[in-house]
Structures are given as structure tokens and as C-alpha cells.
Design a binder for this molecule. Structure first.
Ligand code: URP
Ligand code: ZN
Ligand code: ZN
Length: 467
């Protein structure tokens, strides 16, 4: 048996903060005891990690990533190897990625393809949601067995991207009805893609080809309308609903109203919507392409509404929607036609630190930081308490976090396989010093000690966040 003690840190979970030592046995947390207490002093250990002056927090749980996603005629530039390593550098120790059902194929085929990409390559633990791009009778049956086995207990549908991932309302309703029975959580990309495609065509015909028009045609109203429709469809089906990458204040208002009505409706936002805006999309010389994602960045005023939603729990989760494309050769595919810019931003390495900056800035409390970035994502997607907290029996996925370290975010120093940073030059206070995945130190003081293949596939329970 291997025993490690983390000594002298401030343990921060979603529920409490305490000066405690943490005992790890064989990759799991065995006990916590007040620092200096006779119980803690009595522990013997093979390894002692000093954490004085640091926080000891659960490893981040990022439930929305797209490693190696084929999209827009190219593929997201992070592999499972590079992307999970970068995640760990940023204090994230679990990801849940999206396996894509090929149109005309089965969910099984999609999952097999994603297992093949991930297995043996991940530095941290990982799970899969399934993107359902073709709802039919056999797919509905597959959903049942995937939920039963825990291989994939959540399913993303798209009201956007006609001809790619899009599902019409009837297909969405059928999938929701199935989720209502089998317990699978429906995740929704809520944008009215049919209307957006009309506006795209009109904008291009009028010579509006610059990246900033991506933000203009993907109108806020079309996110709010789709969010409203998704909520109503879920209500008809009697199923819970998780709306991904919420960016518009009016879409958030739809979620808040539904939650006030007592519905099991949940929302996630992402750092790009909290820290970036349409000002970035309007950067000259095609630089705005770096910020093209969907839902799009919104005018700055929306940021305040999103922060408020995180404080009031109308939004429960911050994930990254990490979907990186290099500027050179990938984003550039859309020069002269913004609709050909591959959609997505890098961020898996930055999320924990950006959110810690919000703690420093007084926007959210330390415990809320852990709640929205670790505990609730784990609960929402059936990983709790194995992931997302520090408690006896949990996996020892831990971050010893230096709250005073100052860093300047840059593509020159980040570990994501992408040639730019969406947060280039931004100064942040706070950084992961030591990262453990199931008790193994993968990062220590700027030294990478992890390995591809350490990360294991996670079977998951159904949503543990229902009221
Ligand atoms: O722009 C984005 N979000 N790209 C990834 C695919 C998606 O819709 O999540
Ligand atoms: Zn989406
Ligand atoms: Zn996504």
C-alpha cells in the first residue's frame, strides 16, 4: 500500500474550508484530519507533500471538451494526449468529451471511434457524452443500454448546424422522452440553426464576410428562442435538460424562469463568455477568427448577467467547450467567408485559473469556484463523490493551488496544441503547483511527471443533481 500525506494546506471544497491534512492510500483519499491534530500527526507516509500557504482543492472536472473533433473540414488540434496533459497543467483532472454518432451510423460506432482515440493516450481520467446526430428507433434503444452500462449517461442534441448535427423538434422530443424514462440527461446546443443559416446566406450575399458577422448573424434572440423551445419540449417530455454554452442574457433569463417554475433545467456557461466579447470578434486583420465559436461571444453587458447567474445558481457549471483550431491553416479556412471558420476556442488549460481570478476579483467565493468547476459538474454527470470533492473514498484527484502565484497567459508558454491563446497577455493570480491524479503526482512545480495512458475511462451514474 502506498501512503501519501498532504500537509498544512487549506482544504477547499464546495461545502467547506478547513486547515486539514489529507491522507491518501492507494490512489484514494483515506482520511482528513485537522492540521497539527494528534490524528494527523500519527499518520505514517511514504511521501509527504507540504502545502502550507496553498489551497488543497479537488481536481477540476471539465464536462465539455472536444479533443480531435472533426469539424468544418478540419479537426480540433488537441489530441487526447496533448489535451489531457494541458488540462492537468491547468488543474483539471477529469474531462468528459463528446463521442459523435456518424450520420447513418450508430451511437456504438461513435463511441468505438472515440475510445480508439482516447485509450492509452490520456494523462487524466475521462468519460464520454454522446452526440446524437440521427435520432431513430435503434438509436433510442442504444441510449437505454448506454445509460444502463454507464458508458454514456448523457446525450447532446443540436438545434443548430443543419446538415451536420441538427435535429428537428420531433427528433429532440423523442430523445427527451427516452431520457425521461432511462435517466439519460439531454444536453442541448440551443440556437435556431435554420434561421441562422438564412442570415448567414444574406450576410455573405451583402459582402459581410468578416469574422465579426459570425456574432451578428447568430442573434441573441435565436439563442433565447431555442432555449425557450428546448425547455418547453423537455417539459412536454417530462425530462430534465442541460443547456450547454449559454452566452446570452436573454437565454439565461429563460433558464431562470424555468427554474423558478421548479423545472429540472440546468445551464452551463464557459470562460470565453465570461471574459471575452464581440470586441474580440471585431479585432482587425482577421484576428477575430480566433474567437469564432457557437454560441458566439456577446457584447460585454452579457458578462454581468452570466456572473449573476453563477452567483444565483441559475447557471450551475462552468466548462470550457475546449475545441481548439490553430489560426494558421485552420481558422484561416474562413478568410473571405466567416461561415467557413471552424467553430471553437481553446481553454481547457485556463478554466481553473480564470475562475480563480474571479475569486480574487470578488465575483464569486472560493467555495463557489470549486462548486461550479468541480463538484457540480461531477454531480451533474454522475461522477460524484468519486470526482469533484475531497472526502474519504474519493479518488485522490487533487490540486495544491498557489493562490498568490502570478502568471501571464500566453501561447508561448501554454501546453495546448494550438498556436494562439484566447487570453494572450492576460495577467492572472493563482496557479496549480502540484497536481495528483488518483494519488499519482502528474505535475509538480512546473515539472511534468504524468504519462499518456495513466488516465482511465470513467463509467458514470445518471445525473445526481435532480431536485
Ligand atoms: O464552437 C463550438 N462550440 N464548437 C464546438 C461544437 C459545439 O457546438 O459545442
Ligand atoms: Zn454546441
Ligand atoms: Zn461543444
Amino acid at each position: 500500500m502506498t501512503r501519501t500525506v498532504i500537509r498544512g494546506g487549506l482544504v477547499v471544497t464546495a461545502a467547506e474550508e478547513l486547515h486539514a491534512d489529507v491522507l491518501i492510500e492507494d490512489g484514494r483519499i483515506a482520511a482528513l484530519a485537522a492540521t497539527g491534530s494528534s490524528a494527523a500527526e500519527a499518520w505514517s507516509a511514504d511521501t509527504v507533500i507540504e502545502a502550507g500557504g496553498h489551497y488543497v482543492i479537488p481536481g477540476g472536472v471539465d464536462v465539455h471538451t472536444h479533443m480531435e473533433l472533426p469539424f468544418g473540414g478540419t479537426a480540433a488540434s488537441d489530441t487526447f494526449e496533448t489535451g489531457t496533459r494541458a488540462a492537468a497543467w491547468g488543474g483539471t483532472t477529469t474531462i468528459v468529451d463528446f463521442a459523435v454518432q456518424p450520420v447513418g451510423g450508430s451511437l456504438r460506432e461513435g463511441l468505438d471511434a472515440w475510445h480508439a482515440k482516447a485509450e492509452g493516450n490520456c494523462a487524466i481520467d475521462y468519460g464520454f457524452h454522446t452526440i446524437v446526430s440521427d435520432v431513430n428507433e435503434s438509436v433510442l434503444k442504444e441510449m437505454d443500454s448506454l445509460v444502463d452500462s454507464g458508458e454514456s449517461t448523457s446525450f447532446k442534441l443540436f438545434m443548430a448546424y443543419p446538415g451536420v448535427f441538427y435535429s428537428d423538434d420531433g427528433r429532440i422530443l423523442r430523445a427527451m422522452q427516452r431520457g425521461a424514462v432511462n435517466g439519460g440527461l439531454i444536453m442541448m446546443h440551443a440556437e435556431n440553426g435554420i434561421a441562422i443559416d438564412v442570415l448567414v446566406e444574406q450576410a455573405l450575399a451583402a459582402g459581410k464576410t468578416d469574422p465579426r458577422y459570425h456574432g451578428e448573424v447568430r442573434r441573441e434572440l435565436l439563442e433565447a428562442e431555442a432555449t425557450h423551445r428546448a425547455i418547453k419540449l423537455a417539459q412536454v417530455a417530462g425530462s430534465p435538460l442541460y443547456v450547454v454554452h449559454v452566452s446570452a442574457a436573454s437565454a439565461l433569463a429563460e433558464l431562470a424562469r424555468a427554474r423558478d417554475d421548479g423545472l429540472n433545467v440546468f445551464g452551463e456557461t464557459c470562460p470565453q463568455y465570461l471574459f471575452l466579447s464581440t470586441d474580440n470578434l471585431a479585432e482587425p486583420d482577421f484576428e477575430g477568427a480566433k474567437y469564432v465559436c457557437s454560441t458566439p461571444l456577446r457584447p460585454r453587458e452579457h458578462q454581468e448577467a452570466l456572473w449573476r447567474g453563477l452567483r444565483t445558481n441559475d447557471l450551475q457549471v462552468v466548462s470550457t467547450d475546449h475545441c481548439p483550431f490553430c489560426f494558421a491553416g485552420q481558422k484561416e479556412l474562413g478568410r473571405g467567408d466567416f461561415s467557413k471558420i471552424p467553430n471553437g476556442l481553446p481553454g481547457v488549460e485556463n478554466r481553473m485559473d480564470l475562475l480563480h481570478q474571479a475569486v480574487v476579483d470578488g465575483r464569486i467565493s472560493r467555495r463557489r469556484w470549486i462548486e461550479i468547476a468541480c463538484a457540480t459538474p461531477a454531480r451533474m454527470f454522475g461522477l460524484y463523490p468519486r470526482k469533484g470533492t475531497i472526502a474519504p473514498g474519493a479518488d485522490a484527484d487533487l490540486v495544491i493551488y498557489d493562490p498568490a502565484a502570478v502568471q501571464t497567459v500566453s501561447a508561448a508558454t501554454h501546453h495546448m496544441n494550438v498556436d494562439y491563446s484566447a487570453y494572450e497577455g492576460r495577467q492572472l493570480t493563482g496557479r496549480a503547483r502540484t497536481v495528483l491524479s488518483r494519488g499519482t503526482v502528474v505535475l509538480d512545480d512546473g515539472r511534468w511527471l504524468g504519462r499518456a495512458g495513466h488516465g482511465a475511462f470513467l463509467r458514470r451514474d445518471t445525473c445526481q443533481y435532480l431536485t
